[in-house]
Design a protein around this ligand. Sequence first.
Ligand SMILES: Cc1cc2nc3c(=O)[nH]c(=O)nc-3n(C[C@H](O)[C@H](O)[C@H](O)COP(=O)(O)OP(=O)(O)OC[C@H]3O[C@@H](n4cnc5c(N)ncnc54)[C@H](O)[C@@H]3O)c2cc1C
Ligand code: SF4
Length: 449
Amino acid sequence: MNQPVSKEDLRGNFSEIKPDLVQKEVLDEANRCLYCYDAPCTKACPTGINVPSFIKKIASGDLKGAARVILEANPVGATCSRVCPTEELCEGACVLNDASSSILIGDLQRHATNWAIKNKKPIFHAGKPNGKTVAVIGSGPAGLSAARELARLGYHVTIFEAKEKAGGLDTYGIVPFRLPQEISLWEAQQVEQLGVEIRTGIEVGKDIQADALLDEFDAVILAAGMSDVPKLGIPGEELKGVLDAIRLVEEIKEGGPTERFIGKRAAVIGAGNTAIDAATCLKRLGAADVKMIYRRTEAEMTAYAFEYAFAKQEGIEFRWLTQPKVIIGDEEGRVAKLVCSRMRLGEKDDSGRRRPIEIENSKLMFDVDVVVRAIGQKRHTGLIEPLGLKHERGVVLVDPVTHQTSNKKVYAAGDIIFGNGQGEAMVVSAAEQGKSTAYAVHENMLSRV
Ligand SMILES: Cc1cc2nc3c(=O)[nH]c(=O)nc-3n(C[C@H](O)[C@H](O)[C@H](O)COP(=O)(O)OP(=O)(O)OC[C@H]3O[C@@H](n4cnc5c(N)ncnc54)[C@H](O)[C@@H]3O)c2cc1C
Ligand code: SF4
């Protein structure tokens, strides 16, 4: 395990942590690959990237060819090379794990896609126009992947995006030191170059009504992801200094003011992707002490193993089996203390994880200046319900193969269909769902001709 990084090294440092591989590392790594015929890495990749093929191209110096193989299967392959939990996916399946260590598939993928970014040569082209139109709501990995594939099939695609920039959580949600904004903006640009119109700053349901899209377009793809972090539901949440983790990361990705956390004591509530990203950001913003507070144990946390290892390395303290109960403010209405209860684990609940149970008279209190909510994301019911789509607690119900919703003209992909045991909230899954939704739209259009 690496040593924790010093506070001085972290403060204000939001540049990408991992440098690109140097030429010798690239060749050593690529030449280690066994180019398995029945490649388990490809099977373990949700987008099915032909890993042996792109690694072979890298080994022979054909970086353009390698980038093409990657991006053909995964329109957000540059992002995925940085954020995929590779040890659970492609690298976890590598046969070399038994003998020595997996090929660094993510790092090689990043090297090849970096080449494509630097060389600015178009890799894909739009298909011959077929006269059909598709509206995509949301420009995250699901929306961009769907739009790219449809444009290659000749559709006229318009993406409606509420934010000022395209890319969804890749642009606004995943911390810049793992995923710089320019990477996801480049991916959005690649899609635009195929003639896809990305109308940013337009929130469907507010600036334009969803039923107007149903009238105007031949099909609509809902790829709006999930929404803000829900409230904790405890007293004191209205105090100054209680923040939404996703908004915090967004502020940092947008280069917002960073001085206000210097020397502060912060408690981040939750133990998923968002909680780790918020906690590690706070460290880099100069917070003196960052605790992650979680009501279960490390065995139940939803963050990936690599994220947990990274947070520990960055000096984040973990408080397991601890549940926030009350936030106490000072006389100026600012957060001062967080009162928690200790928990124990009981039987498994609906999520398959053991249910946390409060231990009586087990209060503990932390002196804090900032409390960050990072307990998942709310759903876009305000967008789904006016469209009359069937859903379960905000998770849009779709046909598992065609991704068609209860309205046959509306399809859905990405985080908006994640939940109730369905799918994974990952960039690579959103990309795959976007792609397969595009093919399903195309098949249905063909069957109507
Ligand atoms: C902090 C954080 C860290 C994460 N880290 C990782 C990681 O390391 N690895 C990983 O694989 N995954 C990670 N994830 C998960 C990953 O980001 C998501 O699974 C993925 O982005 C989902 O893609 P999507 O296209 O479905 O939705 P999103 O990326 O959320 O994109 C949806 C888009 O729709 C837009 N939109 C919403 N409503 C409307 C509307 N009404 N009108 C118009 N536009 C609208 C939104 O503005 C947004 O741009 C992380 C998530 C978070 C929050
Ligand atoms: S997209 Fe992700 S899972 Fe697939 S090969 Fe690349 S790094 Fe691995």
